[in-house]
Ligand binder design. Structure first.
Ligand SMILES: O=C(O)CCC(=O)C(=O)O
Ligand SMILES: [Fe+2]
Length: 311
């Protein structure tokens, strides 16, 4: 299995004129990738490497601060949006059968003006950089969702109409910066990973990575690496999209292993988790009853609660 690469130039972010033929062709390419593999590399998306680097840099500066400086921004301390904020090392278990993941994260889940953002010293510009990247990812995601619908010969708005509120607190879409610190293999717990085996929860995920480490499970059950292709964004189907499409598009398990013993490198990634509006009722789009309708917001709350189970 290899992850296909799709050239999105025809519908890249700055592109205002795209013709039906080009859209149909992109739709067909995404359909092949998402039905057969569940992952695709999108190149020429219109999101620049400079933008990605800016977010990576400011996020790393945030993570490298002492925990006392990050604590005031802890996840669950914002009543407007309980998923917003910093997640400390070993707090989340993406595979609940393993110890906590050896990673830290910052969830930019709310853009509400009342949210207090890190702003001092090393992290000056953090809010503006995160918000502006959130908007670019949102615009690209809407383009991808439109092309995905066309690929399935459906109304181009079928997914878009359930993603009208991205960037508000009535929609769970989140820009998540991830930092995997150096690992001391002797101190790691039995079975502990950087990121446990899981599939994502929402509609699609855009992943930006700068180093190796991510692995994707194939149909035959083995894990293969999803290397970093400079300039390309890795996009994968998440669980609600698989339900929505009655399993036509597949949401695939992935993970990040520990580095080899003696390798003290770090890893960073940015995940933009696209989620339908909280009130959107996700119903199989082929009219079947393969899965019962589910409200996207309630579904997300349930999934999040499972990955933060206490030991
Ligand atoms: O760091 C990565 O590349 C994987 C992150 C991931 O899969 C997730 O947070 O859902
Ligand atoms: Fe994931």
């Amino acid at each position: 299995m290899s992850i296909p690469v799709v050239d999105f130039s025809a519908y890249r972010l700055s592109e205002k004129h795209v013709n039906d033929e080009q859209l149909q062709e992109l739709g067909a390419e995404l359909k092949t990738a998402f039905t057969q593999v569940g992952f695709v590399y999108l190149k020429n998306s219109g999101i620049t490497q400079e933008e990605v680097d800016r977010v990576m840099d400011i996020s790393k500066k945030f993570f490298l601060q002492p925990d006392e400086l990050k604590q005031p921004f802890c996840r669950k301390s914002f009543s407007i949006n309980p998923n917003h904020g910093w997640v400390s090392l070993e707090t989340e278990k993406l595979n609940p059968r393993r110890p906590g993941d050896l990673k830290e994260a910052f969830n930019a889940a709310s853009l509400h003006p009342d949210i207090k953002w890190p702003s001092s010293g090393a992290v000056t510009g953090f809010q503006e950089i995160q918000m502006s990247f959130f908007q670019s990812c949102k615009e690209l995601s809407l383009r991808v969702l439109r092309v995905m619908a066309l690929g399935l010969d459906m109304d181009p708005d079928v997914f878009l109409s359930a993603h009208r509120l991205i960037g508000t607190d009535e929609n769970g879409t989140t820009l998540r910066s991830l930092y995997y610190p150096p690992v001391n293999s002797e101190k790691a717990k039995e079975g502990q990973l950087r990121c446990g085996e899981h599939s994502d929860y929402g509609s699609i995920t855009l992943l930006f990575q700068t180093s190796e480490g991510l692995q994707v499970r194939t149909r035959s059950g083995e894990f293969v690496s999803a290397p970093c292709i400079p300039g390309a964004i890795l996009i994968n189907i998440a669980d609600l999209m698989q339900r929505w499409t009655s399993d036509q598009f597949v949401s695939v398990i992935h993970r990040v292993l520990l580095p080899p013993v003696g390798d003290s490198s770090t890893r960073q990634s940015l995940a933009f988790f696209v989620q339908p509006d909280d009130e959107a009722l996700i119903t199989c789009c082929d009219g079947s009853n393969k899965y019962p309708p589910v409200a996207a917001g309630a579904y997300l709350i349930e999934r999040l609660s499972q990955s933060y189970i206490e030991n």
